[in-house]
Design a protein around this ligand. Structure first.
Ligand code: MG
Length: 401
């Protein structure tokens, strides 16, 4: 390729076409019409990320050649001196993905080709089935199976459940209350019902969402072993990962963990000790494609597979990045997916397509996805204070959400 163009401008676009506040970074280059998009979404702190990109990374990076992706990543990572935290990691993710998008556009190739080419045509996805009772959850799992899905995550009453004894002390503050004990009792019963009615063919997953005390998470993983889960998601909070060894010593339930991780010090020891089966970091939070592809390669060498975080608070640009990695690494496991509404597809032309349980990248250069800023402006981000992250247990204690 000819001499690389340079970074001319970096902007952040905030939009919420499906409710979640999305943060998208647009890197403009000195070549007219050549730009890249990256996802920097941190839906609970979107304004802080915008500030980190526009007030700190923009002045640092303007004028640098766009093909120095690794050098720019390393420079940004250490430039703040303090590192490995949310906000700054998100900002770096957005810029990093945008540079990979630009590289693909310059080469005239999809990013997955730059990563070594396809290992598979599409990525198996899992969707989320919830319900108030085991029968209702079963019906909703069947609905996804009828759409061709082979992997479904089954929950009952949201994360941590809503049932239980919420008898709380007088004067307790408002919040999103849940009862961990009732939740832990209900999950094995749910999966006993699902296996009895759905059989063994469908791959079932479950997300603890760090809602249990570590010892209770060990017990739950053990009690779920007879139901052959595809994986148990985030049984422990990042602060409690030393308990993974206890889960491993007690049962063979496969473990997926990492959507809250920020630092290589969190994932590297777990992979090398083979204490998890699936890494599932939020690529728009861990620093972007540059560190994610290294983690995928490191995981491959240890028999660990990937299941990158893919909820509604990842933009379609971030989903496209997940997908290009999914199809190009040998150790792909499964991809979380929350659906693209019509509004999302209007704001983000070129969204990956899902058919019969598989997500497919298009063959356009870069990530193959664009952002319609006029449409995006019709869906401004709300400044409402989130309630679901104000989690509390029955005695009124603030808890991890
Ligand atoms: Mg999760």
């Amino acid at each position: 390729m000819a001499n690389a163009p340079t970074i001319k401008d970096i902007r952040v676009i905030l939009t919420a076409p499906a409710g979640s506040r999305l943060v998208v970074v647009r890197v403009e280059t000195s070549d007219t019409g050549l730009y890249g998009l990256g996802c920097a979404t941190f839906t609970q702190r979107h304004l802080a990320v915008k500030s980190a990109v526009e007030e700190y990374l923009r002045p640092l990076l303007i004028g640098r050649p766009v093909d120095r992706i690794e050098d720019i990543w390393q420079t940004c990572w250490v430039h703040s001196y303090w590192r490995n935290g949310p906000v700054l990691n998100n900002a770096l993710s957005g810029v990093d993905m945008a540079l990979w998008d630009i590289l693909g556009k310059r080469a005239g190739l999809p990013v997955y080709e730059l990563l070594g080419g396809r290992c598979r045509q599409g990525a198996a996805i899992y969707r989320h089935a919830d319900g108030r009772t085991p029968v209702e959850v079963e019906d909703n799992v069947r609905r996804w199976m009828a759409e061709g899905l082979t992997h479904v995550r089954a929950q009952m009453g949201g994360y941590g459940g809503r049932a239980g004894n919420l008898h709380r002390p007088e004067g307790s503050p408002d919040g999103a209350y849940f009862d961990p004990a009732a939740y832990a009792r209900s999950v094995p019963k749910l999966f006993e019902h699902l296996r009895n009615t759905l059989g063994d063919e469908v791959e079932l997953l479950h997300d603890v969402h760090e809602r249990l005390r570590p010892g209770d998470a060990v017990l739950l993983a053990k009690r779920l072993e007879p139901y052959s889960l595809f994986f148990l998601e985030d049984p422990l909070a990042p602060e409690d990962i030393d308990y993974l060894a206890a889960i491993r010593s007690q049962c063979a339930t496969p473990i997926a963990i990492g959507e809250l991780f920020n630092s290589p010090r969190e994932w590297t020891p777990l992979i090398s000790a083979r204490l998890l089966d699936y890494v599932r970091m939020h690529i728009s939070q861990m620093g972007g494609l540059t560190p994610a592809r290294k983690v995928a390669a490191y995981a491959e060498l240890h028999g660990v597979r990937t299941a990158w975080h893919g909820p509604g608070d990842v933009s379609p640009v971030g989903h496209a990045c997940n997908l290009h990695l999914d199809v190009s690494v040998p150790n792909f496991g499964v991809q979380e997916f929350a659906g693209f509404s019509e509004a999302l597809q209007e704001v983000f032309p070129g969204c990956p397509e899902v058919r019969q349980g598989y997500m497919y990248p298009n063959d356009q250069p870069g990530f193959g996805i664009d952002l319609n800023e006029v449409a995006a402006a019709r869906f401004p981000c709300s400044d409402e204070i989130d309630v679901w992250t104000q989690a509390r247990t029955p005695d009124g204690t603030a808890s991890k959400p």
